[in-house]
Design a protein around this ligand. Structure first.
Ligand code: UT7
Length: 328
Protein backbone atom coordinates (compact mmCIF):
# COMPACT_ATOMS: atom_id res chain seq x y z
CA UNK A 1 0.00 0.00 0.00
CA UNK A 2 1.15 3.54 -0.71
CA UNK A 3 2.34 5.84 2.07
CA UNK A 4 -0.07 7.96 4.02
CA UNK A 5 0.70 10.84 6.41
CA UNK A 6 -0.47 9.93 9.91
CA UNK A 7 -0.88 12.41 12.73
CA UNK A 8 1.23 10.77 15.45
CA UNK A 9 1.10 13.57 18.02
CA UNK A 10 -0.75 16.77 18.80
CA UNK A 11 -0.14 19.55 21.28
CA UNK A 12 -1.50 23.02 21.92
CA UNK A 13 -0.68 26.18 23.80
CA UNK A 14 -2.71 29.19 24.87
CA UNK A 15 -1.41 32.11 26.90
CA UNK A 16 -2.59 32.61 30.50
CA UNK A 17 -4.42 35.93 30.27
CA UNK A 18 -8.21 35.46 29.96
CA UNK A 19 -10.11 38.28 28.25
CA UNK A 20 -13.74 37.82 29.26
CA UNK A 21 -16.90 39.23 27.74
CA UNK A 22 -17.30 41.24 30.96
CA UNK A 23 -13.94 42.94 30.39
CA UNK A 24 -14.85 43.69 26.76
CA UNK A 25 -18.09 45.29 28.01
CA UNK A 26 -15.89 47.83 29.78
CA UNK A 27 -13.81 48.49 26.62
CA UNK A 28 -16.46 48.86 23.87
CA UNK A 29 -20.23 49.08 23.62
CA UNK A 30 -21.08 45.40 23.72
CA UNK A 31 -22.59 42.86 26.07
CA UNK A 32 -22.23 39.22 27.02
CA UNK A 33 -25.68 38.38 25.68
CA UNK A 34 -24.91 39.75 22.18
CA UNK A 35 -21.51 38.04 21.99
CA UNK A 36 -22.80 34.72 23.30
CA UNK A 37 -25.90 34.47 21.13
CA UNK A 38 -24.25 35.78 17.93
CA UNK A 39 -20.96 33.89 18.21
CA UNK A 40 -20.86 31.39 21.11
CA UNK A 41 -17.76 33.06 22.59
CA UNK A 42 -17.42 33.60 26.36
CA UNK A 43 -13.72 34.34 26.68
CA UNK A 44 -10.46 34.30 24.77
CA UNK A 45 -6.74 34.17 25.64
CA UNK A 46 -4.34 37.05 25.07
CA UNK A 47 -0.54 36.96 24.92
CA UNK A 48 0.65 39.89 27.03
CA UNK A 49 4.11 41.38 27.43
CA UNK A 50 6.76 43.18 25.44
CA UNK A 51 8.36 41.54 22.39
CA UNK A 52 6.07 38.51 22.54
CA UNK A 53 5.09 37.32 19.07
CA UNK A 54 3.34 34.35 17.50
CA UNK A 55 6.58 32.35 17.69
CA UNK A 56 6.18 32.26 21.49
CA UNK A 57 2.86 30.44 21.11
CA UNK A 58 4.12 28.20 18.33
CA UNK A 59 7.33 27.33 20.16
CA UNK A 60 5.44 26.22 23.28
CA UNK A 61 3.07 24.09 21.20
CA UNK A 62 5.97 22.38 19.41
CA UNK A 63 8.03 22.02 22.60
CA UNK A 64 5.15 20.06 24.15
CA UNK A 65 4.70 18.04 20.96
CA UNK A 66 8.36 16.99 20.86
CA UNK A 67 8.29 16.05 24.56
CA UNK A 68 5.13 13.99 24.48
CA UNK A 69 6.07 12.12 21.30
CA UNK A 70 9.65 11.58 22.49
CA UNK A 71 10.92 13.16 19.29
CA UNK A 72 14.42 14.61 19.08
CA UNK A 73 14.65 18.05 17.40
CA UNK A 74 17.42 16.71 15.16
CA UNK A 75 15.06 14.14 13.62
CA UNK A 76 12.60 16.72 12.26
CA UNK A 77 12.72 17.11 8.46
CA UNK A 78 10.29 19.98 7.86
CA UNK A 79 8.35 22.61 9.83
CA UNK A 80 5.43 24.53 8.33
CA UNK A 81 3.76 27.30 10.30
CA UNK A 82 0.36 28.57 9.18
CA UNK A 83 -0.17 32.11 10.44
CA UNK A 84 -1.44 35.56 9.45
CA UNK A 85 0.39 37.17 12.36
CA UNK A 86 4.04 36.23 11.81
CA UNK A 87 6.55 37.78 14.21
CA UNK A 88 8.01 39.62 11.21
CA UNK A 89 7.43 39.67 7.45
CA UNK A 90 10.73 37.80 7.46
CA UNK A 91 12.40 35.79 8.88
CA UNK A 92 9.54 33.32 8.95
CA UNK A 93 7.97 32.28 12.24
CA UNK A 94 8.73 28.64 11.37
CA UNK A 95 12.45 29.52 11.18
CA UNK A 96 12.28 31.16 14.62
CA UNK A 97 10.51 28.15 16.15
CA UNK A 98 13.25 25.86 14.80
CA UNK A 99 15.96 28.06 16.29
CA UNK A 100 14.16 28.30 19.65
CA UNK A 101 13.96 24.52 19.90
CA UNK A 102 17.30 23.51 18.41
CA UNK A 103 15.82 22.04 15.24
CA UNK A 104 18.83 22.24 12.95
CA UNK A 105 19.06 23.71 9.41
CA UNK A 106 16.01 22.08 7.90
CA UNK A 107 13.37 23.26 5.44
CA UNK A 108 10.93 25.51 7.31
CA UNK A 109 8.49 28.11 6.10
CA UNK A 110 5.31 30.00 6.88
CA UNK A 111 2.09 29.53 4.96
CA UNK A 112 -0.67 32.12 4.77
CA UNK A 113 -4.24 31.01 4.20
CA UNK A 114 -5.92 32.86 7.10
CA UNK A 115 -8.48 30.75 8.97
CA UNK A 116 -7.97 27.87 6.53
CA UNK A 117 -4.22 28.02 7.17
CA UNK A 118 -4.00 24.83 9.19
CA UNK A 119 -5.79 22.62 6.66
CA UNK A 120 -3.71 24.14 3.84
CA UNK A 121 -0.52 23.48 5.84
CA UNK A 122 -1.57 19.97 6.89
CA UNK A 123 -2.29 19.11 3.26
CA UNK A 124 1.08 20.53 2.21
CA UNK A 125 2.98 18.67 4.93
CA UNK A 126 1.20 15.43 4.03
CA UNK A 127 2.49 15.64 0.43
CA UNK A 128 6.11 15.52 1.62
CA UNK A 129 5.37 12.41 3.66
CA UNK A 130 3.34 10.66 0.94
CA UNK A 131 6.12 11.26 -1.60
CA UNK A 132 8.50 9.43 0.73
CA UNK A 133 10.80 12.45 0.84
CA UNK A 134 10.42 13.29 4.55
CA UNK A 135 9.77 11.13 7.63
CA UNK A 136 8.89 13.66 10.35
CA UNK A 137 7.00 16.83 9.51
CA UNK A 138 5.65 19.35 12.02
CA UNK A 139 2.61 21.41 11.02
CA UNK A 140 1.73 24.39 13.21
CA UNK A 141 -1.32 26.66 13.25
CA UNK A 142 -0.55 29.75 15.34
CA UNK A 143 -1.84 33.27 15.60
CA UNK A 144 -1.47 36.19 17.95
CA UNK A 145 -4.65 37.83 16.70
CA UNK A 146 -4.51 40.45 19.45
CA UNK A 147 -1.61 42.06 17.55
CA UNK A 148 -3.89 43.01 14.62
CA UNK A 149 -7.15 43.68 16.48
CA UNK A 150 -8.56 47.16 16.94
CA UNK A 151 -9.84 47.14 20.53
CA UNK A 152 -12.02 50.14 19.67
CA UNK A 153 -13.90 48.18 16.97
CA UNK A 154 -16.64 46.15 18.64
CA UNK A 155 -17.44 44.27 15.43
CA UNK A 156 -14.07 42.47 15.47
CA UNK A 157 -12.49 42.76 18.93
CA UNK A 158 -14.97 40.39 20.55
CA UNK A 159 -14.26 37.62 18.04
CA UNK A 160 -10.57 36.81 18.16
CA UNK A 161 -7.99 35.37 20.56
CA UNK A 162 -4.42 34.07 20.64
CA UNK A 163 -3.32 30.43 20.52
CA UNK A 164 -1.37 27.71 18.74
CA UNK A 165 -1.54 24.02 18.01
CA UNK A 166 0.87 21.66 16.30
CA UNK A 167 0.84 18.12 14.95
CA UNK A 168 3.56 15.63 14.03
CA UNK A 169 3.14 13.81 10.72
CA UNK A 170 4.86 10.49 10.04
CA UNK A 171 4.50 7.90 7.27
CA UNK A 172 2.28 4.87 7.67
CA UNK A 173 1.34 2.02 5.38
CA UNK A 174 -1.87 1.46 7.35
CA UNK A 175 -5.13 2.97 6.13
CA UNK A 176 -4.80 5.88 8.57
CA UNK A 177 -3.93 9.57 8.44
CA UNK A 178 -4.73 12.10 5.74
CA UNK A 179 -7.04 10.30 3.36
CA UNK A 180 -8.47 13.13 1.27
CA UNK A 181 -8.58 16.91 1.01
CA UNK A 182 -10.38 19.62 -0.95
CA UNK A 183 -9.00 23.16 -0.83
CA UNK A 184 -10.48 26.26 -2.43
CA UNK A 185 -9.88 29.99 -2.73
CA UNK A 186 -11.61 33.00 -4.26
CA UNK A 187 -9.74 36.29 -4.25
CA UNK A 188 -12.84 38.24 -5.22
CA UNK A 189 -13.93 37.90 -1.57
CA UNK A 190 -10.68 39.43 -0.33
CA UNK A 191 -12.11 42.86 0.45
CA UNK A 192 -14.64 41.51 2.93
CA UNK A 193 -12.02 40.39 5.43
CA UNK A 194 -8.58 41.90 5.29
CA UNK A 195 -5.79 43.89 6.87
CA UNK A 196 -4.98 46.60 4.36
CA UNK A 197 -1.83 48.14 5.81
CA UNK A 198 1.69 46.76 6.11
CA UNK A 199 1.97 45.06 2.73
CA UNK A 200 3.52 46.39 -0.47
CA UNK A 201 0.44 48.40 -1.50
CA UNK A 202 0.18 50.32 1.77
CA UNK A 203 3.49 49.99 3.59
CA UNK A 204 3.46 51.38 7.12
CA UNK A 205 3.33 55.16 7.22
CA UNK A 206 1.89 57.80 9.53
CA UNK A 207 -1.15 57.80 7.28
CA UNK A 208 -1.74 54.03 7.48
CA UNK A 209 -1.44 54.19 11.26
CA UNK A 210 -3.78 57.20 11.51
CA UNK A 211 -6.31 55.37 9.33
CA UNK A 212 -6.04 52.24 11.51
CA UNK A 213 -5.06 50.18 8.47
CA UNK A 214 -2.92 47.74 10.46
CA UNK A 215 -5.98 46.17 12.01
CA UNK A 216 -8.42 43.54 10.71
CA UNK A 217 -11.50 44.87 8.99
CA UNK A 218 -14.40 42.53 8.38
CA UNK A 219 -17.82 42.88 6.81
CA UNK A 220 -19.27 40.31 9.16
CA UNK A 221 -22.62 39.51 7.54
CA UNK A 222 -21.02 39.12 4.07
CA UNK A 223 -18.34 36.79 5.40
CA UNK A 224 -20.98 34.89 7.37
CA UNK A 225 -23.00 34.29 4.20
CA UNK A 226 -20.03 32.82 2.31
CA UNK A 227 -18.69 30.92 5.34
CA UNK A 228 -21.93 29.19 6.21
CA UNK A 229 -22.42 27.95 2.63
CA UNK A 230 -18.85 27.10 1.67
CA UNK A 231 -17.77 25.37 4.87
CA UNK A 232 -20.87 23.18 4.84
CA UNK A 233 -20.50 22.50 1.10
CA UNK A 234 -16.85 21.49 1.50
CA UNK A 235 -17.62 19.14 4.39
CA UNK A 236 -20.53 17.58 2.50
CA UNK A 237 -18.46 17.22 -0.69
CA UNK A 238 -15.59 15.39 1.00
CA UNK A 239 -18.06 13.03 2.65
CA UNK A 240 -19.72 12.31 -0.67
CA UNK A 241 -16.42 11.69 -2.47
CA UNK A 242 -15.45 9.17 0.22
CA UNK A 243 -18.90 7.57 0.51
CA UNK A 244 -19.26 8.67 4.13
CA UNK A 245 -22.61 9.16 5.84
CA UNK A 246 -23.20 11.11 9.04
CA UNK A 247 -23.07 7.79 10.92
CA UNK A 248 -19.58 7.02 9.59
CA UNK A 249 -18.03 10.28 10.79
CA UNK A 250 -16.91 10.17 14.43
CA UNK A 251 -15.93 13.86 14.66
CA UNK A 252 -16.34 17.14 12.85
CA UNK A 253 -13.34 19.37 13.58
CA UNK A 254 -14.51 22.78 12.41
CA UNK A 255 -12.76 26.13 12.30
CA UNK A 256 -14.07 28.09 15.30
CA UNK A 257 -15.31 31.43 13.92
CA UNK A 258 -18.94 31.33 14.90
CA UNK A 259 -21.02 28.65 16.63
CA UNK A 260 -23.86 29.27 14.15
CA UNK A 261 -21.57 28.44 11.19
CA UNK A 262 -20.41 25.29 12.98
CA UNK A 263 -23.99 24.21 13.72
CA UNK A 264 -24.99 24.71 10.07
CA UNK A 265 -22.05 22.58 8.91
CA UNK A 266 -22.91 19.76 11.32
CA UNK A 267 -26.54 19.84 10.24
CA UNK A 268 -25.57 19.63 6.58
CA UNK A 269 -23.34 16.63 7.36
CA UNK A 270 -26.16 14.92 9.24
CA UNK A 271 -24.24 14.62 12.51
CA UNK A 272 -25.32 15.46 16.06
CA UNK A 273 -23.66 18.08 18.25
CA UNK A 274 -22.06 15.37 20.41
CA UNK A 275 -19.72 14.68 17.47
CA UNK A 276 -18.65 18.30 16.99
CA UNK A 277 -15.42 19.59 18.50
CA UNK A 278 -15.98 22.97 20.08
CA UNK A 279 -13.70 25.32 21.99
CA UNK A 280 -14.87 28.68 20.64
CA UNK A 281 -16.47 29.45 24.01
CA UNK A 282 -13.07 29.57 25.75
CA UNK A 283 -10.64 30.66 23.03
CA UNK A 284 -12.69 32.61 20.44
CA UNK A 285 -11.34 32.58 16.91
CA UNK A 286 -7.59 31.88 16.98
CA UNK A 287 -7.47 31.79 13.14
CA UNK A 288 -4.89 29.11 12.13
CA UNK A 289 -4.87 27.83 15.72
CA UNK A 290 -8.48 26.68 16.03
CA UNK A 291 -8.37 23.24 14.41
CA UNK A 292 -5.15 21.90 16.02
CA UNK A 293 -6.29 23.34 19.37
CA UNK A 294 -9.54 21.40 19.00
CA UNK A 295 -7.63 18.20 18.26
CA UNK A 296 -5.50 18.85 21.35
CA UNK A 297 -8.51 19.56 23.57
CA UNK A 298 -10.37 16.44 22.43
CA UNK A 299 -7.32 14.17 22.14
CA UNK A 300 -8.35 11.94 25.05
CA UNK A 301 -11.73 11.23 23.44
CA UNK A 302 -10.21 10.19 20.10
CA UNK A 303 -9.60 6.55 19.23
CA UNK A 304 -7.36 4.99 16.60
CA UNK A 305 -9.39 4.55 13.42
CA UNK A 306 -11.87 7.37 14.15
CA UNK A 307 -12.97 9.15 10.98
CA UNK A 308 -12.61 12.93 11.25
CA UNK A 309 -13.76 15.66 8.89
CA UNK A 310 -11.81 18.91 9.25
CA UNK A 311 -13.49 21.99 7.73
CA UNK A 312 -12.54 25.65 7.56
CA UNK A 313 -13.41 28.96 5.96
CA UNK A 314 -11.51 32.22 6.19
CA UNK A 315 -10.08 35.40 4.73
CA UNK A 316 -9.01 35.35 1.13
CA UNK A 317 -11.49 33.82 0.76
CA UNK A 318 -10.02 30.39 1.48
CA UNK A 319 -11.89 27.27 2.50
CA UNK A 320 -11.88 23.51 2.35
CA UNK A 321 -12.22 20.20 4.11
CA UNK A 322 -10.06 17.17 4.91
CA UNK A 323 -10.83 13.56 5.68
CA UNK A 324 -8.43 12.24 8.33
CA UNK A 325 -8.43 8.84 10.03
CA UNK A 326 -7.01 9.18 13.56
CA UNK A 327 -3.82 7.17 13.96
CA UNK A 328 -2.92 7.36 17.65
O1 UT7 B 1 -12.82 33.20 10.73
C1 UT7 B 1 -12.78 33.97 9.57
C2 UT7 B 1 -14.10 34.03 8.94
N1 UT7 B 1 -14.98 34.87 9.70
C3 UT7 B 1 -16.21 34.48 9.97
O2 UT7 B 1 -16.59 33.38 9.63
C4 UT7 B 1 -17.12 35.46 10.66
C5 UT7 B 1 -18.45 35.50 9.95
N2 UT7 B 1 -19.36 36.51 10.49
C6 UT7 B 1 -19.93 36.39 11.70
O3 UT7 B 1 -19.64 35.47 12.44
C7 UT7 B 1 -21.00 37.38 12.08
O4 UT7 B 1 -21.35 38.15 10.96
C8 UT7 B 1 -20.59 38.33 13.24
C9 UT7 B 1 -20.51 37.56 14.55
C10 UT7 B 1 -19.25 38.99 12.95
C11 UT7 B 1 -21.65 39.41 13.42
O5 UT7 B 1 -22.92 38.82 13.65
P1 UT7 B 1 -24.19 39.29 12.78
O6 UT7 B 1 -25.33 38.52 13.28
O7 UT7 B 1 -23.83 39.15 11.33
O8 UT7 B 1 -24.34 40.79 13.23
P2 UT7 B 1 -24.26 42.12 12.34
O9 UT7 B 1 -22.85 42.37 11.92
O10 UT7 B 1 -25.32 42.06 11.28
O11 UT7 B 1 -24.69 43.19 13.42
C12 UT7 B 1 -26.00 43.21 14.00
C13 UT7 B 1 -26.08 44.39 14.94
C14 UT7 B 1 -25.62 45.70 14.31
O12 UT7 B 1 -26.42 46.74 14.85
P3 UT7 B 1 -27.65 47.35 14.00
O13 UT7 B 1 -27.03 47.87 12.74
O14 UT7 B 1 -28.57 46.20 13.77
O15 UT7 B 1 -28.19 48.38 14.92
C15 UT7 B 1 -24.21 45.86 14.81
O16 UT7 B 1 -23.79 47.20 14.85
O17 UT7 B 1 -25.21 44.16 16.06
C16 UT7 B 1 -24.31 45.28 16.19
N3 UT7 B 1 -23.06 44.80 16.72
C17 UT7 B 1 -22.82 44.61 18.03
N4 UT7 B 1 -23.59 44.82 19.11
C18 UT7 B 1 -23.06 44.50 20.31
C19 UT7 B 1 -21.95 44.44 16.02
N5 UT7 B 1 -20.99 44.03 16.87
C20 UT7 B 1 -21.51 44.13 18.12
C21 UT7 B 1 -21.00 43.84 19.40
N6 UT7 B 1 -21.82 44.04 20.44
N7 UT7 B 1 -19.76 43.35 19.60
Amino acid sequence: MSLRAAITGVHGYVPDYVLTNAELERMVETNDEWITTRTGIKERRILKGESQGTSVLATEAVRGLLEKTGTSPKDIDLVICATVTPDYMFPSTANLVCTNLGIPSICSFDLLAACSGFIYALTTGAQFIESGRYKKVIVIGADKMSSIIDYEDRTTCVLFGDGAGAVLLEPTTENLGVIDFMLHSDGSGGDYLMMKGGGSVYPASHETVDKRMHFIKQEGPQVFKFAVTNMADAAAAIMERNNLTGDDVEWLVPHQANKRIIDATAKRMGIGEEKVMLNIQKYGNTTAGTIPLCLFDYEKQLKKGDDLVLAAFGGGFTWGAMYVRWAI
